[in-house]
Design a protein around this ligand. Structure first.
Ligand code: CDP
Ligand code: CDP
Length: 220
């Protein structure tokens, strides 16, 4: 089987990581959650109480980010520490766009993402995968959904985990993050010219997976 690269970009909660994980399993590709890497950098900034990108980078160089498959799915590590849950807290979510707008942080993490992509067939999800990280990816998907539907998906997800959430607040936080991610100077969220636009509003996870896999299988 040919080892292909698939880039999945799109706004918050459009379903990128959910579908990318399934496609990775079905097509035997590496899955890389680049958002988790920006979340880890944000966690470091918070715990070290710094906004200096070089301090954040030095910390990550000493305590590298790694991924491993655990009982609940993919787990994220900072050095030896399992940070899977702590990088998903509201505090990190609401601070991440600021850290991910730092050019030094972006070039550091992009280099790492490109190194991992050399290891074999890969599906990566994020904001700048099709435009910057994997400009030559064989398949690029730009996955969107209405802000209302995305907020409702997160709301349901939080409720199923027992996390109290306010739907209206979630909607405004998602819209605010979309705005910051799309208007930043470095590598803003935007559809690559050769990306396929997929609007998942009203579509099931299975529908979205089938759409991507049909296109991917033509390339393998
Ligand atoms: O899962 P969710 O959509 O909430 O976000 P994520 O994919 O975990 O990404 C968290 C944040 O990291 C985004 O809001 C972006 O600010 C940043 N990010 C980025 O700038 N570039 C990427 N390739 C991936 C994420
Ligand atoms: O990675 P990203 O932030 O784009 O989204 P996600 O964390 O994969 O998905 C957000 C939520 O939407 C998850 O609870 C999914 O189960 C749900 N969902 C979806 O991903 N795709 C659909 N077509 C419908 C629901």
């Amino acid at each position: 089987m040919k080892k292909i690269q698939i880039a999945v970009d799109g706004p918050a909660s459009s379903g990128k990581s959910t579908v990318a994980k399934i496609v990775a399993r079905d097509l035997d590709l590496i899955y890389l959650d680049t958002g988790a890497m920006y979340r880890v950098a944000t966690l470091v900034a918070m715990q070290e109480q710094t906004q200096d990108p070089q301090v954040i980078i030095n910390f990550i160089e000493e305590n590298p980010i790694s991924f491993a498959n655990g009982p609940k799915g993919q787990e994220v590590f900072l050095g030896e520490r399992n940070v899977t849950d702590v990088i998903r807290t509201n505090e990190v979510t609401n601070a991440v766009s600021k850290i991910s707008a730092m050019p030094e942080i972006r070039s550091f993490l992009v280099a790492e993402q490109q190194r991992i992509a050399k290891e074999g067939g890969i599906i990566m999800d994020g904001r700048d995968i099709g435009t910057v990280v994997l400009p030559n990816a064989e398949l690029k998907i730009f996955l969107v959904a209405s802000v209302e539907e995305r907020a409702e998906r997160r709301y349901k997800e939080n409720r199923s985990k027992g996390i109290p959430t306010d739907l209206e607040r979630l909607k405004s936080e998602i819209a605010a993050r979309d705005h910051k991610d799309s208007t930043r100077k470095v590598s803003p969220l935007k559809q690559a010219e050769d990306a396929v636009l997929l609007d998942s509003t009203g579509k099931s996870i299975a529908d979205v997976v089938a759409f991507i896999e049909t296109r991917a299988k033509r390339l393998i």
